[in-house]
Design a protein around this ligand. Sequence first.
Ligand SMILES: Cc1ncc(COP(=O)(O)O)c(C=O)c1O
Length: 480
Amino acid sequence: MRVVISIDPQLPMPLGRQVYEAWRQGILDKRFAGGERVPSSRELAADLGISRSTVTLAYEQLMAEGYLTSRKGAGTFVSAALPDMPLQSRRASKRAAMQPLPISLSSYGASLQNDVPLLPNARGWIDFSQWNPDIRHFPFALWKQLLMKQLRGIEATANAAIFDYTAHAAGYWPLRCEIARYLARCRAVVCQPEQVIITNGSQQGLDLTARIVLNKGDKVVIENPCYIGARHVFESVGAHLLPGSIDQAGMQCPTFQQNLRLVYVTPSHQYPLGVSMSLARRLELLAWAREHRVLILEDDYDSEFRYHGPPLPSLQGLGNAEPVLYCGTFSKIMFPGLRLGYLVVPAKLAPVLTRAKWLTDRHTPVLEQAALAEFIASGQLEKHVRRMRKLYGARRDALVSALHQHFPGEVEISGIDAGMHALIRLDDPALPMRAQQARVHLRNAASSYIVNAPSNEYLFGFSSLSERVIREGIKRIARP
Ligand SMILES: Cc1ncc(COP(=O)(O)O)c(C=O)c1O
């Protein structure tokens, strides 16, 4: 172990004293934590280029004063209890009195100061505010086998490349091929593997897209209400957001086009209202985008979980040569910690997006990409999605029946033909307070609106809660 201890032979203070002071100060400043092992006197002396006896003397002094302790056969450690706490607190208050230096932010940094939402800590609560997959049902044993298979490969050196930088910033080629085939089968996306760019979740797909197509002041139409993650990304590059109205057929075609660069839509399952864009509206939007040379960014984040009717084809697939960028994720159908998603882009945009990806973070970790390629190729991904669709469908039904039971005749439920959450309209001003008192976390939909936010809409995630917990949660928020 090598630690950074600064000594200076030019100083008048003896070297042993400098070593003593450096450790003492580091311990008081909590640079070295209680219980942490310190290097042996031999190691430190060699690192500092001084005699071992100088270090030994400094260590003995620190031990005598209680800063260090030694355990026979185990080594020397920083003491768990510090000897002069009053001195330490005097120093801390002196430091607190110092004014922090002002740090000026870029306009990107400044835009992030405005409430980018972080995940709530709802431990012990019933949490309807998330719509994540139920990872207790993910086949982790199989996933481990797939990872291990890749790791075993390196022993034969055949697979060592997965641990080096890859030349393929756009992603691991077999995975790009599998995703292209999967999307053709399940989402009617029309693409070649060269058009698939692997990203760290769909959030990175949105971010890369924004940065390669938008300039400050460019206009972007975004659904109102919308996915906050997308809104913040567009705002962070200085785009001017224009709210797109939504009706039962999905987002209406924009009526303006001046300086419009991009339209962001969630046509399969509008986030958060849950409506699906009708075929007529899709065709209208595509024709409009072509006529006005506007790019469409289609976010298809959870459409695999469709409970009624046949799966809807993607806008991208209907577009043929239209300028659609299609963004997807494995966060919902596998698990969000995987951080794997993809963009499917017009062929001529693939090189610039690949460079943007390389510049941002080089590439996505290859080990997981390789395991995922096999997970898809073996049919296991689609098998898992089928199982989860059944499970989530039952949970969705439990939510609907519990809401009708406890709020008869007053609750309006929408957006539940697909996805992992429902949109609930309920005129009950006391609901948030009752939920708070009953330790139930609810999410009001108002923050998803750019304009005209109603106060009576709530988002209820059902996918990660068991039917029993869902029933219990709705019972808890019912009027007494
Ligand atoms: C509309 C929308 N897009 C994308 C995502 C997923 O993001 P990621 O793939 O970065 O986990 C979510 C997550 O809730 C979402 O609601």
